[in-house]
Design a protein. Structure first.
Length: 424
């Protein structure tokens, strides 16, 4: 079985959980004897691609004038998309700009188009170009099924399916409602909905996400299957440990500092905890459009000497932070899944997570609160910091629970989806 898979990022060049999930799933599929052709807009050469065929779309030349697919692309046109709705983007990397262009523009669709592979001001230009190149890739590489991850690659998946006639699977890692609440961007919503309507099967990362897909996008429930994410084991736990120079307990928030992740609830809970016990330190690791606001709020509350902002961390940096962390907190307002709590538990760190998260569906040994309940959030963190028996129980049984959440199990379910579509 051969799958043609489209993603926007691949480790080690990632900006969020999407790349991590793609990497884990592809490794799991390879273990299920599935051949994976993984396409990214830009490859850097240091990706772990030993067991998959990683295609760099920046190396693929397509001339629209000579392309047999040009009729399909005459109607494509994208308009402005504000920075706040783009996943994983940092404010300094995204300049708000109107994107109103024609695909026959030779500058946009020149033969030698180099993708940035990032979330930049010409993002939708890259999405459209990526889709065009994907149609050519689909014609060139034999495959049995197509798999597109998240809305940025849905046009690519649709284009590939139109060319090859093979079944299309789209993977919903996060919806526009997760990123923006009720203030959605209609352009992105339409791209998500069009992708799911065109697909033969929709994979949701949780039942939480599945309910949004069915209720808010109008996708038939029988078309949607839930496949929960998993976590990679730590290669060398000893090498990932960092020296702990502080005696205080350390409580960590790690993720994009955006509305979706609830960083403001973390800050407010920290103030309540410090009012009871000043011997606790708080870490906010990540970047996002709410970072400056959080820094100002910490200063207003007089917590500057107890609060640390690290910026974006990845790979071994994350593992080292977890090695000195006593409690991990994910107070997300709307979290399709949430891989980071699994990474924390894997490192024997007890976690507090919001009930509004997909990962809460599969975790038993975690404290779960409503994201808006700051008192419950503060009480949970305080309890794990001060009651050793409680913390040790979550460390022991949580680690055993997470060790059984393997990517090969998720891949097995995905392979079954492929097989059903191919057989039909």
């Amino acid at each position: 079985m051969r799958v043609l898979m489209f993603g926007w990022e691949f480790p080690p060049h990632i900006t969020g959980g999407l790349g991590t999930a793609c990497y884990g799933l592809t490794k799991g599929l390879v273990q299920q004897d599935v051949e994976v052709i993984f396409v990214v807009p830009k490859a850097y050469g240091d990706e772990d691609s030993k067991k998959i065929n990683l295609i760099n779309a920046s190396d693929v030349s397509v001339d629209l004038v000579d392309s047999p697919f040009k009729e399909y692309w005459k109607s494509i046109k994208y308009l402005e998309v504000p920075s706040g709705i783009i996943p994983y983007v940092s404010p300094d990397a995204y300049a708000l700009e109107e994107l109103n262009w024609n695909v026959t523009d030779s500058k946009v669709f020149s033969k030698n188009y180099q993708f940035s592979g990032k979330y930049t001001s010409n993002l939708l230009e890259e999405v459209a170009r990526y889709a065009l190149i994907s149609s050519a890739i689909a014609a060139h590489y034999p495959h049995d099924v197509i798999h597109a991850h998240d809305w940025l690659t849905y046009p690519a998946g649709i284009a590939a399916a139109k060319v090859s006639g093979k079944p299309l699977v789209v993977h919903m890692h996060a919806t526009e409602f997760d990123r923006s609440g009720e203030n959605i961007n209609q352009t992105v919503f339409d791209m998500e909905r069009d992708g799911m309507l065109a697909a033969d099967r929709v994979v949701a990362v949780s039942n939480f996400t599945k309910s949004i897909v069915v209720d808010r996008y109008g996708i038939p429930e029988e078309k949607v299957v839930t496949v929960h994410n998993a976590v990679e084991p730590i290669d060398n736990e000893e090498k990932s440990k960092a020296s702990r120079l502080l005696k205080e307990k350390i409580v960590t928030f790690l993720g994009r500092v955006t509305f979706q992740k609830g960083p403001d609830y973390f800050v407010e809970a920290a103030r309540k905890i410090l009012n009871k016990d000043p011997n606790i330190r708080f870490v906010m690791a990540g970047r996002g459009d709410m970072l400056n606001k959080m820094i100002r709020r910490v200063a207003e509350l007089g917590m500057g000497d107890k609060f640390h902002f690290t910026g974006f961390l990845k790979g071994k940096e994350v593992d080292k932070l977890f090695s000195i962390t006593d409690v991990f907190v994910m107070p997300s307002v709307s979290e399709p899944f949430g891989i980071v709590p699994l990474e924390a538990i894997r490192s024997k760190v007890p976690v507090v997570i919001s009930k509004q998260s997909g990962v809460s569906e599969i975790l038993t040994h975690a404290l779960k609160v409503d994201f808006w309940d700051i008192d419950a959030l503060a009480d949970s963190i305080y309890g794990l910091c001060h009651y050793d028996a409680l913390s040790e129980m979550f460390q022991k049984y949580g680690k055993a629970e997470v060790d059984n959440l393997k990517w090969e199990n998720s891949a097995f379910k995905i392979k079954n989806v492929y097989s059903q579509l191919i057989d039909n």
